[in-house]
Design a protein around this ligand. Structure first.
Ligand code: TRP
Length: 337
């Protein structure tokens, strides 16, 4: 049971409208980790249905996320790309973890409060236990590192608490490693192009609020041109960004897309008008995103090939998961092999 390389696992929900926030905050960070880690990248279709999904759209969104991983540079041969529902051990471990996690822990989850909104009585039970399923995704492979956006840090803390309690309750010190978050890059929080104080979101009614991964060059240019600004010139220092969410967002995007620190980019545009930032931002966004979008289209035009990649990934994921799940069953006291 020794693990040579550190193991990375991350997941992205197939809920449609994959956008720049998903790319910069998650998917793009998956690529580099392949050099140093054994990676599993999972399309978390079971998480998606915590909010109702049209079944036909769910299937095509699942293929779209897999295509985005691959188009961005994830190698499904040397690493593992799969969808969660094909590896039933995720659901099985999630049940055990439902019985390890405490109500009080889940009651603290801010994402549930946000997503359930005012009418909490009408949220699905799945939405409430969503973080336990996420913990299962990670622990099922004894993953040590989890690249996530800022917004998932709390869920990762919970996964650590669950791992620790399982190890204690079942007298299995260090059975589950405590997973570490990897939070990379300056633009882990990509904000709406229409309102710099709101996150870029798949569900924003305005198409102009987000750049999707399959936007064509002219859409990307138009959305950046129409992005909200404020009346001042661009600031000279990072301190002057406070209270200027749109300037912060566009500069942050430029920094992320050009792989530069924000401070460098602030220096570059100090005192310039928004128009010059927008022009250059459109250029780099098109250069980075349009080829990925084109490759995603090519891949999703051939669903049989994507399905074969996901089936192969699921087989290889299961081969890692099953012995760990078998040990969980034994530790918990379940009879059978
Ligand atoms: N909850 C994550 C999100 O919405 C997606 C996710 C599910 C995930 N399982 C995971 C991320 C396991 C990292 C590891 O972004």
């Amino acid at each position: 049971m020794t693990q040579v390389k550190a193991r990375v696992l991350s997941g992205v929900q197939p809920t449609g409208n994959l956008h720049l926030g998903n790319y910069l905050g998650a998917i793009r960070n998956f690529v580099g980790l392949q050099q140093t880690h054994d990676c599993l990248y999972c399309v978390v279709d079971m998480h998606a249905i915590t909010v109702f999904q049209d079944p036909v759209e769910l299937a095509s969104n699942t293929r779209e996320v897999a295509a985005a991983f691959i188009a961005a540079g994830v190698d499904p041969k040397n690493h593992i790309v799969f969808n969660q529902a094909q590896v039933s051990q995720h659901a099985e471990l999630a049940w055990v973890l439902n019985c390890v996690a405490r109500m009080g822990w889940l009651n603290r989850m801010t994402q549930f409060k946000e997503k359930a909104g005012k009418d909490r009585e009408k949220a699905s039970v799945g939405l409430y236990v969503y973080p336990n399923l996420m913990a299962a995704d990670i622990l099922l492979y004894k993953a040590t590192h989890v690249p996530v956006g800022e917004d998932q840090k709390q869920h990762l803390e919970l996964a650590r608490d669950i791992a620790q309690k399982f190890n204690n309750d079942f007298n299995a010190p260090a059975f589950f490693p405590l997973p570490e978050p990897i939070i990379q890059g300056p633009a882990t929080r990509v904000m709406s192009l229409r309102d710099g104080s709101k996150k870029m979101s798949k569900s924003d009614p305005s198409d102009l609020s987000r750049i999707t991964m399959t936007d064509q060059a002219d859409d990307i240019a138009r959305k950046i041109r129409k992005a909200k600004t404020d009346p001042e010139a661009l600031p000279e220092t990072a301190d002057d960004l406070s209270g200027r969410p749109e300037a912060a967002n566009l500069l942050g995007l430029f920094a992320a897309l050009t792989d530069q620190p924000l401070s460098t980019v602030i220096g570059q545009f100090a005192g310039a008008p928004f128009s010059s930032l927008k022009e250059q931002l459109a250029e780099v966004a098109i250069e980075k995103i349009a080829p990925i979008g084109a490759e995603m289209k090519r891949l999703t035009d051939d669903p049989a090939t994507i399905d074969a990649i996901l089936a192969d990934g699921a087989d290889r994921a299961r081969a890692i998961a099953e012995p760990i799940m078998a040990e969980v069953r034994k530790r918990v006291g379940f009879l059978g092999n």
